[in-house]
Design a protein around this ligand. Structure first.
Ligand code: KPL
Length: 304
């Protein structure tokens, strides 16, 4: 596909884990995609294609590489590395950036786009997006899509350009003028679902039970109070909304997948971030503090 039809000449997925590979597979329907990821996944994708099962099915023929050696004119970089890898990832491609490169930050967490923008400088368009599709990484070269959800993009020229590409490739997008609030709502959902599923090593559905309502409410109430001090008002029955969302996801959350693999998690960008901001604003966050400590304790241990 050409720049005329898709708006971008190339899409580079930086951090091709579960969610990055999902976006790569969908976008490869109408544009050139390069997945940048770990050696095992890259080798599998290059030799057998990317196998996607579940709500999306197919073998997708994509290019994959363990590193990025160039950024063609008119490229879209989708950043789906773990939030704690932002600096390392950006340092790898900063020298290759062009003034027309657009970077879409699709990670979990708060403030990621500001960090990316500060690292690349003001001349490059950095767009915040929110991905809520439930995907599991089965093995190198294989992912399973459990629940497809829309991507939230900002209602800006760059956001709408990305939206047109998504539309062309069959990815639903919703445009928002209130990205700060959207980021906080998604963050709150992740603060509930991710650590609880990681602690119990269960699919998201299972933490929607009545017995955990007070825990969910505790997390959400603290997030609402901290968000308010940060200038984001989170309205409505957010705990109820998150419980219904959790009940609809049969996948293992990204944090649960990380814990099972003995990897570092994004806790510092989720509950840990809420605790940190709470301390700054003098808002007590005991539930988020405890969850942060518990997940930090579990990180790097063998659970299989
Ligand atoms: O963002 C997610 C994650 O796992 O990190 C959700 C939307 C909760 C899907 O599992």
């Amino acid at each position: 596909m050409t720049a005329e039809t898709s708006g971008f000449t190339k899409v580079i997925i930086l951090g091709a884990g579960a969610i990055g590979s999902y976006y790569g597979s969908m976008l490869s329907r109408k544009t050139d995609v390069l997945l940048v990821g770990r050696r095992g996944h890259v080798d599998a994708v290059n030799s057998r294609g990317l196998e996607v099962t579940g709500a999306v099915e197919g073998i997708f023929d994509l290019d994959a590489s363990t590193e990025l050696s160039g950024i063609p004119e008119g490229s879209l970089i989708i950043l789906t590395t773990k939030a704690y890898d932002i600096e390392e990832a950006v340092n790898e491609f900063r020298e290759l950036l062009r003034t027309d490169t657009v970077i879409l930050v699709l990670q979990n967490g708060l403030g990621n786009e500001d960090l990316v923008q500060s690292l690349v400088g003001p001349g490059v368009d950095v767009v915040r997006g929110l991905a809520s599709t439930g995907v599991e990484f089965l093995s190198p070269g294989r992912i399973e899509v459990k629940l497809v959800r829309e991507t939230v993009l900002p209602k800006t020229a760059a956001g709408e350009k990305i939206g047109r590409l998504f539309d062309l490739c069959g990815l639903d997008a919703r445009f928002s003028e209130w990205m700060d609030v959207e980021v906080w709502r998604k963050l709150t959902m992740n603060c509930v679902i991710n650590p609880l599923t990681a602690l119990f090593r269960v699919p998201n559905t299972e933490i929607a039970v009545e017995g955990l309502r007070e825990v969910r409410r505790g997390i959400v109430d603290e997030c609402i109070r901290v968000a308010e001090r940060e200038g984001a008002t989170l309205e409505g029955d957010l705990e109820g909304e998150i419980s219904r969302a959790a009940a609809s996801y049969s996948n293992l959350s990204s944090m649960c997948q990380d814990i099972i693999k003995g990897r570092r998690t994004e806790i510092g960008f989720l509950n840990g971030k809420v605790s940190e901001l709470g301390r700054r604003h003098g808002v007590a966050t005991p539930v988020n503090d405890v969850l942060t400590s518990l997940i930090r304790f579990m990180e790097g241990k063998e659970w299989s």
